[in-house]
Design a protein around this ligand. Structure first.
Ligand code: CA
Length: 234
């Protein structure tokens, strides 16, 4: 699945090489040459991942990573540090600042893409195109198909994204506003009851295979996708 990746890098040749390869791999690329420009881009659109150069004019990549982690809006964005340094101590400092991974220059585009995929798989599995299967329900992002007990189910695009998010984050309760952020995207102004409408449609689409029971309402909190629904009729 295409992810939006912000590349913060002041060396034009490296920024260009990275951007070309990310675009080629199907990602949307945003570029900034310093942290001020990065802030402007993030204010306009929250990226799915940040590739952050260590040595930047003005604030360093390390300082910037700490700032992203400290801000509630950006705290969860996966960060990969790009750096010419390869000392063990530097690596520890990079990871301590909140970076998820660390790539040492010069790196091959193939290695970088593999690291990005690994970090996204760990931190934001709904952004990868790995298929997921829970309790006989199978969702395949590559073919955009959902199978319930082997039978094809028809889902609208929003219901598909909602189910993908649920299945990659099962057993956890998600509030309506969290679902809006993750499924609709932040900076999208949708009323919270829109979530209820799409939950209803999602359950409707899952009824024929009996998987509607796996989408549970948690009173006063939100919704949860569970492998073992508790709501059996008495
Ligand atoms: Ca640099």
């Amino acid at each position: 699945m295409a992810s939006t990746i912000l590349v913060v890098e002041d060396e034009p040749a490296i920024a260009e090489l990275v951007a070309v390869n990310l675009s080629f791999a199907g990602h949307k690329v945003l570029r900034a040459t310093d942290t001020l420009a990065a802030d402007l881009m993030i204010r306009a659109e929250l990226p799915d991942l940040v590739l952050l150069d260590w040595m930047l004019p003005g604030a360093s990549g390390i300082q910037y990573a700490r700032r992203l982690r400290a801000d509630e809006r950006t705290a969860a964005i996966p960060i990969i540090m790009l750096t010419a340094r390869s000392e063990e101590g530097d690596k520890v400092e990079g990871l301590d600042s909140g970076a998820d991974d660390y790539v040492t220059k010069p790196f091959s585009p193939k290695e970088l893409l593999a690291r990005i995929k690994a970090v996204l798989r760990r931190r934001a599995p709904q952004l990868t195109d790995d298929s997921v299967e829970i309790a006989g329900l199978r969702l395949d992002p590559q073919t955009h198909r959902v199978l319930g007990g082997g039978e094809a189910l028809e889902l609208g695009p929003t219901e598909f994204r909602l189910l993908h998010f649920f299945m990659t984050h099962p057993e956890r309760v998600h509030s309506r506003s969290q679902l809006l952020d993750h499924v609709w995207g932040d900076h999208v102004f949708v009323e919270e009851r829109t979530v209820d409408v799409h939950i209803r449609r999602l359950r409707q689409a899952l009824i024929s295979s009996g998987h509607d029971r796996h989408v549970e309402t948690v009173r006063g909190s939100g919704y949860r996708f569970t492998a073992q629904p508790s709501g059996f009729p008495a």
